[in-house]
Structures are given as C-alpha cells and as structure tokens.
Design a protein around this ligand. Structure first.
Ligand SMILES: [Zn+2]
Length: 62
C-alpha cells in the first residue's frame, strides 16, 4: 500500500481517500495554501504568448 502525504505540510493521510474531504491535502488550510501558491506562480508568468510551450504534464495528475 502506498502512503499518501499532504504536499503542503507532509502529514501522512492515513486511511481511505474518502476520509479526507480535502484530498490530497490534509485540511482545507493546506488546500488554500496550495491554491495560493499556484495562483502566485500564474501571476509571475510574463505575458509571453508563444504557442510552443508544452509544459502541461502536471495538469494530468488527477
Ligand atoms: Zn497539510
């Protein structure tokens, strides 16, 4: 069995996914932190509209 850890605080998520409403985060707090980071990174990206950027693999991790 593979263990799941919260990507923000690295707390271990014990039990079933269904026991964690904020999966893969341990809490809504960590979820918000992650969202804030993600939005922060978005804002840092300069308005460079080149169409050959293919770094979308991270969006397929669902
Ligand atoms: Zn956490």
């Amino acid at each position: 069995m593979n263990k799941i850890y919260c990507p923000i605080c690295e707390k271990e998520l014990l039990g079933q996914k269904s026991e964690w409403p904020d999966y893969p985060f341990c809490s809504s707090r960590c979820r918000k932190i992650d969202l804030g980071r993600w939005l922060g990174e978005r804002y840092k990206i300069p308005g460079n509209s080149s169409s050959n950027v293919l770094n979308t693999d991270e969006e397929n991790l669902d």
